[in-house]
Design a protein around this ligand. Structure first.
Ligand code: FAD
Length: 459
């Protein structure tokens, strides 16, 4: 029986802990290594976002491990984007015209703790914390770790090694340095970085702005968003240029400059941020980038998953979701090829790479859409029409956002292809004044379908 094999997983973050669980459920012996302390015992500053948008593809991965019921209590549904315009107007743009389709705000820490607790219940999973992987011997699946507290070096070897060690992956670095096979690697940074801030809860523990929405302040060049937390607070993220233009993280270098910027750009939010100056100065400013690499595997011994294989910018809210979907795709490859790891890894990458490249590109597109287009009348008209289509014809129409976020049965690459063309078609029709007042919604939908078909055919 092959499934008595031993799998060493690097990284007990979101992807690594779910992966460990699923591999143990399949009968493997798993060792899970994490560089940080156990976040159930010590406060761990991960340096990453505090809460995340969790949606259907992520749920698919959790469902595979039987965790749907465990994750639901951690979720706050967000039905749409609440757009805060520069003149103080609010505009709620639903994520879908189908009422059962929404995304959720979830705490990274709560989710990770739930996954680690589930791992604890599996006798075949052993976890080690404070163990930083410093290098991997690819041919033998042997890795070196340094104890974070004692600096003591240890080695672990397994039949198979899987790297779920995030954007700075030690396994990926070992593959890059190996130089015995062609390893392609690319990293693209945005000109913008991000900083996390907050709205506290109200005095009675309630929410100071609409709870069931992802709030956005689109300002053309910059953008701020806020996601709700279960305790009534919001995690606020400012996306701002590092050092270009009038306003940048570099230019906001004094209390006066920070206040002036928030008074000009986000006065309604400023009123909810009593700790702004302190948080702005103390919280780190972090970069945003896309990482693409190939191959994700070597020698039938090692495999990259999650951010380690495909780091994406957060503007589609799909990084964690795609990492969880990876596990579903790997599981299916195992169903077909279990017993032959080379075949499993190849089938997995063949199926998945095109899709993670697609979501990486869609996420960059959405950066521009969210900061600039969401506030434009033509975009709002398009969204209104799309919501009406989805509401009236739920089986017939899916916006690009719905295809990517709610159609977990559809590959990202297909969602991108169809969604992009459909977006172009509908915007062209609005721009050219093709939708007349006298047309029924069905006639408008027919026009969009006809235009989309034509463009897909020409594509
Ligand atoms: P990580 O979560 O980074 O976990 C990697 C783990 O490996 C960590 O525990 C780390 O400590 C450990 N590790 C790293 N190096 C080593 C080493 N050398 N040795 C041992 N252990 C190691 N995604 C969404 O789906 N929705 C969102 O709304 C969303 N918002 C985001 C907002 C921001 C600002 C950012 C930056 C990201 C966001 N993401 C979002 C993306 C999401 O955070 C990642 O895609 C997700 O965390 C990937 O999970 P992972 O387990 O692959 O990597």
């Amino acid at each position: 029986m092959k499934n008595q094999e031993h799998i060493l997983i690097i990284g007990a973050g979101l992807c690594g802990s779910l992966l460990a669980l699923r591999m143990a459920q399949r009968g493997y012996k798993v060792t899970l290594m994490e560089k940080r302390p156990d976040l159930r015992e010590e406060i761990v500053d991960s340096g990453r976002s505090i809460n995340l948008a969790f949606s259907d593809r992520g749920m698919k991965g959790l469902r595979l491990a039987g965790l749907e019921d465990k994750v639901l209590p951690l979720c706050i549904p967000m039905n749409g984007r609440m757009i805060h315009s520069a003149d103080g107007q609010l505009f709620m743009s639903a994520y879908s015209g189908r009422n059962h389709e929404y995304i959720n705000s979830i705490s990274r820490e709560d989710l990770n703790i739930m996954l680690l607790n589930e791992c604890d219940k599996m006798p075949d999973i052993t976890m080690h914390f404070n163990q930083k992987c410093t290098g991997v011997e690819l041919e033998t699946a042997k890795a070196t770790f340094e104890d974070y507290k004692t600096q003591k070096e240890t080695h672990y070897q397994a039949d198979i090694l899987m790297g779920a060690d995030g954007v700075g992956s030690a396994l990926r670095k070992s593959m890059l340095d190996h130089r015995k096979f062609l390893f392609s690697y690319g990293q693209d940074f945005l000109t913008h970085g991000y900083k996390e801030l907050s709205f506290p809860a109200s005095a009675d523990g309630g929410f100071l702005v609409e709870k069931n929405a992802l709030h956005i302040w689109p300002r053309g060049k910059d953008m701020m968003i806020a996601l709700p937390n279960l305790d009534g607070s919001f995690t606020v993220t400012l996306f701002l240029s590092w050092d270009e233009g009038k306003d940048s993280f570099e230019s906001l270098n004094s209390d006066a400059a920070i206040l002036d910027y928030f008074e000009r750009e986000f006065p309604d939010a400023l009123a909810l941020m009593p700790n702004l100056i302190q948080e702005f100065k103390e919280n780190p400013t972090s970069p945003l980038g896309t990482i693409k690499c190939s191959p994700w595997h070597a020698y039938g011994k090692v495999l990259l998953l999650g951010d380690a294989a495909h780091g994406i910018v957060p503007f589609y809210g799909q990084g964690m979701n795609s990492a969880f979907e990876d596990i579903d795709v790997l599981d299916k490859a195992l169903n077909k090829h279990e017993g032959d790891w080379k075949a499993v890894f190849k089938a997995y990458q063949d199926e998945r790479k095109e899709d993670t490249d697609a979501i990486a590109d869609l996420a960059v597109d959405n950066f521009h859409e969210m900061k600039a287009h969401t506030a434009r009348p033509i975009f709002q008209e398009k969204r209104k029409l799309e919501i009406a289509f989805e509401n009236e014809f739920p089986q017939e129409y899916f916006s690009k956002y719905s295809l990517v976020t709610f159609r977990e049965d559809l590959r990202y690459s297909e969602a991108m292809r169809r969604g992009r063309v459909q977006d172009k078609a509908i915007l062209n029709l609005i721009y050219d004044g093709k939708f007349s007042e006298s047309m029924t919604l069905q006639e408008k939908l027919n026009l969009v379908k006809q235009e989309t078909r034509k463009m897909l055919h020409d594509d």
